[in-house]
Design a protein around this ligand. Structure first.
Ligand code: HMG
Ligand code: MG
Length: 299
């Protein structure tokens, strides 16, 4: 891949909507997925196969998968926490199965009710099963810089968990600043620890924007050779098990940055901005994307 190509993984329909007070119906989620495809996105999270008791907003992801229109080069991605989730995901055409753990024991327990090492063991058959079914696998590590329960997290622990996931056979690891506390210096320290273990090609950065540092952190990632970034249209997002964390970095803001830096994504900024404004209107929420607001009538 040329060094100026960046891949965006659009996570708004999962990370964003999992945090909305009122669940959005599957038909609406599928319509937004299709609009993201039309804007040029090639990797889009469609939802997750988790317990509806834990995250009711993601119920109906199977219906979403049945309603989306997906050209052959578009990957639909879904989160799966265990074997039960995998079984459900494999009845759909999701190309990417994402397992998720953390670099913080306390967060992992709140999020998926087990320790980090237990989660890795739980994922072993999930990764094997997904790969045997011809699906790609992504691994998420949450709380890579800070944890809402434990405070600062050591980069060496993130490197350890990342290595474990890669040993299981995941194709890529997304490093999540779940509560958006990281700053560029901390991202550099994190990547100092992780890149020697993994290289850059299999790494993605997943920035939340709680403290307004996400764009600066993405610049730090670009400087270090990272070329996969997660973002959410209209900055939707948060994590139900990370109180106070705001949304993901807005896709609109990332696209504006990348275009200025000479990177190509294949995604049309104006189309994403229009979709973001439309979604905010439907969800009756302000649009946190500065770029989105600048490019639409106030968003
Ligand atoms: P548990 O309670 O320990 O699970 O939860 P269990 O195996 O004891 O099962 C309890 C009940 O859930 C049973 O039903 C199971 O059948 C059901 P019951 O017998 O009581 O009626 N169940 C399921 N139902 C549907 N799909 C499944 C499933 N598994 C069990 N896959 C569990 C453990 C992992 C299931 C739970 O903790 C869970 O679903 N957690 C999901 C939490 C979540 O989705 N968090 C948000 C995503 S992570 C995130 O946002 C961070 C990220 O963005 C990166 C970043 O920002 O850092 C990725
Ligand atoms: Mg997240």
């Amino acid at each position: 891949m040329a060094d100026n190509q960046v891949t965006l993984v659009e996570v708004g329909l999962r990370d964003g909507l999992q945090n909305e007070k009122t669940p959005v119906c599957p038909a609406q989620r599928a319509e937004w997925f299709n609009a993201l495809v039309a804007a040029g996105h090639r990797r889009i999270e469609a939802g997750s196969f988790v317990s509806p008791k834990w995250v009711p907003q993601m119920a109906g992801t199977d219906e979403v998968m049945g309603l989306i229109r997906k050209p052959a080069d578009v990957l639909a991605e879904v989160l799966v926490p265990n074997q039960k989730g995998l079984e459900a995901a494999l009845t759909t055409s999701a190309e990417v199965i994402s397992v998720f753990t953390a670099a913080s024991e306390s967060f992992n327990r709140k999020n998926i009710n087990c320790s980090i090492d237990e989660s890795i063991e739980r994922f072993r058959p999930v990764v094997e099963g997904a790969r045997a079914a011809g699906r790609r696998v992504r691994g998420y590590v949450s709380c890579v810089v800070g944890c809402p329960y434990e405070g600062a997290i050591k980069p060496a622990e993130v490197a350890r968990v990342t290595r474990k996931l890669l040993e299981l056979g995941v194709d890529e690891v997304s490093l999540g600043d779940t509560i958006g506390v990281a700053r560029p210096k901390e991202i550099h320290a994190l990547l100092d620890a992780v890149i020697p273990e993994t290289g850059t090609e299999k790494l993605a950065l997943h920035c939340h924007d709680t403290y307004g540092q996400a764009i600066a952190n993405i610049v730090a990632g670009l400087e270090r050779g990272i070329r996969i970034f997660d973002s959410a249209v209209a900055g939707l997002g948060g994590c139900p098990y990370a109180k106070g964390a705001t949304g993901n970095v807005a896709t609109e803001d990332v696209l504006y940055l990348l275009a200025g830096e000479g990177f190509e994504t294949g995604v049309n900024l104006q189309q994403v901005a229009s979709l973001g404004a439309h979604i905010c209107q439907i969800l009756d929420r302000p649009n946190p994307s500065r770029t989105g607001r600048a490019l639409t009538a106030g968003g």
